[in-house]
Design a protein around this ligand. Structure first.
Ligand SMILES: C[S@@+](CC[C@H](N)C(=O)[O-])C[C@H]1O[C@@H](n2cnc3c(N)ncnc32)[C@H](O)[C@@H]1O
Length: 325
């Protein structure tokens, strides 16, 4: 690599936070719902049009908006993603800006959270610690639900004909469960933490919510009701629980006669945002481990599952690995 390329790479990475923050703020402010507009037309909320233009020129450099005759427009196709309720902008301006960034960057007292976690990894308290505040849990899940609707469809359609009840461990408010019901006409049980289940809105008669823990198989309906499952979905669960519990979790699922296990997550080698999102979880999940597609596939193969070729779900970010037996 020549010196100029090295400098450009450093600058792209080092200054990337500026464009990111400009976008997340626009999402939080629901700015895109108000375009097309000239900066002067936004004066009721933003009294300095010059400042607004500077903000939007950053997004124009990223190809998200464009200025035509002084009027700011969203670039092609952006409107479908960034405008309206339950849009991607809701997720970026909600969970990502309000909840995720303070867990990685500057915390409540302005401290560098990443630096502190690196020197004191034991301070991490995981989702249980985070969701001790029920309002935080609810805000997170509302945003997660919206953010998972797209991947949910991709995951549901990738499953090859589930023919009986499905277990969705760490399923949140059931975005994926609901999509599985829709595409495969089977019932789905979602197991998640108490505080998540208590606030889950009714999404579908065929989706049941069960308070429990992925780390405690005795809390799954299999143990209490003699329920048999065809297969199980773990979407972002490996990123959300300690890495040293992954093997035992797969053992427990294997013992319960699952015909298939679908693991959807940020996986090493799955794209530039995969590594970034692993870090975003690693700063608050105790003993978090990043796993590659090969590692996850071997874990399934070691338990007698035949593993399909991995598929990308969110471009450069998430991967789906499914094992059958
Ligand atoms: C990133 S969210 C993913 C939610 C959902 N699976 C999806 O794909 O949209 C991680 C989920 O794991 C849940 N979770 C974390 N630790 C858990 C545990 N020990 N048992 C069950 N669920 C857990 C969280 O409450 C949260 O709903």
């Amino acid at each position: 690599m020549d010196l100029a390329t090295a400098a450009r790479k450093i600058n792209d990475t080092g200054y990337g936070y500026i464009a990111s923050w400009a976008l997340l703020t626009a999402c939080e402010q629901r700015l895109f719902d108000r375009l097309p507009a000239a900066a002067e037309e936004l004066c009721d909320t933003y009294p300095d049009p010059g400042l607004v233009d500077t903000w939007l020129h950053v997004l124009a450099e990223e190809g998200l908006v464009e200025q035509i005759d002084g009027v700011w427009h969203l670039a092609d196709s952006m409107e479908r993603l960034l405008v309206g309720d339950n849009s991607y902008a809701d997720y970026l301006g909600g969970q990502v800006l309000q909840q995720m960034t303070p867990r990685l960057t500057l915390g409540l007292a302005g401290e560098n959270v990443l630096a502190e976690v690196l020197t004191d990894p034991d301070r991490r308290t995981g989702y249980e610690g985070w969701f001790a505040d029920a309002e935080e849990a609810q805000a997170y899940q509302a945003s997660q639900y919206a953010g998972s609707l797209g991947p949910a469809k991709a995951i549901a359609t990738s499953l090859t004909d589930p023919d009986d009840r499905v277990l969705d461990l760490g399923g949140g408010w059931g975005a994926i469960a609901r999509s599985i019901v829709k595409h495969h006409d089977v019932d789905v049980d979602v197991v998640d933490l108490d505080v998540v289940i208590e606030s889950a809105p009714p999404v579908d008669d065929r989706v049941s919510f069960v308070a429990g823990s992925a780390l405690d198989p005795t809390s799954w309906p299999t143990d209490t009701d003699g329920v048999r499952y065809d297969g199980t979905v773990l979407s972002y669960l490996f990123s959300s629980i300690p890495g040293d519990t992954h093997e035992a979790l797969l053992d427990a699922l294997t013992e319960r006669d699952m015909r298939w296990i679908a693991i959807h997550d940020f996986m090493v080698g799955g794209g530039s945002h995969a590594a970034a999102w692993s870090l975003q979880h690693a700063v608050f999940v105790p003993k978090h481990r990043s796993r590659s597609v090969d590692e996850v596939s071997s874990m399934l193969a070691d338990r007698g599952f035949e593993v399909d070729a991995a598929s990308s779900v969110i471009d450069e970010m998430t991967t789906l690995v499914v094992g059958h037996r």
